[in-house]
Design a binder for this molecule. Sequence first.
Ligand SMILES: Nc1nc2c(ncn2[C@@H]2O[C@H](COP(=O)(O)OP(=O)(O)OP(=O)(O)O)[C@@H](O)[C@H]2O)c(=O)[nH]1
Length: 200
Amino acid sequence: MAKAYDHLFKLLLIGDSGVGKTCLVIRFAEDNFSSTYISTIGIDFKIRTVDIDGKKIKLQVWDTAGQERFKTITTAYYRGAVGVPAPPDPRSPQGIVLVYDITDEKSFENIQNWMKSIKEVGGEILGNASAGVERLLLGNKCDMEGRRKVQRDAAEKLAKEHGIRFFETSAKSSENVEEVRGGPGAGGLHPQIWGTLPPP
Ligand SMILES: Nc1nc2c(ncn2[C@@H]2O[C@H](COP(=O)(O)OP(=O)(O)OP(=O)(O)O)[C@@H](O)[C@H]2O)c(=O)[nH]1
């Protein structure tokens, strides 16, 4: 039987409750948006297969609950998955996307805590924070410019300090969603997908 895909690429989205992680996952996977808010319970995932250079790349996007009461479940998930050295363990997310809401200062302050929790979990396993795991910082809901509380340069500074890339996105208007998914050179996720592909 023909293989359904050539490569599997896993992404894990973390961030406070309500910042738009589920909406981003739906936008990535189904190119759709809903304004109804149903809080994620525990963990959920969506799959999308993209075609890059004739290769089928299966993107498995894991959406975690931001609510504190689910923290044990979500942490337990990436405890078993973060920091597995290359070649990546099949359970390992190869990318962690940290999401905050540009209209919610607290969600931005908490990014530091989310970063810390990745480090703690990764550190326990490897002694090295996020080895083998690519991270990306997203400031979501950038369609709500009038209600902005988090300035772009503050987020750029934070991303620089942690050596990770940063985008402002909108799951609602799709702004920068393609850039995040982007092609080679776009600075988004695909370069890592490209990085996992064997040379032609
Ligand atoms: N204006 C605007 N609203 C958004 C955007 N993304 C999400 N929302 C809204 O924000 C609310 C929360 O979105 P979710 O995607 O469910 O948030 P979440 O981060 O998955 O929340 P938890 O599951 O509780 O962790 C919903 O009402 C969405 O419609 C966006 O880019 N722009």
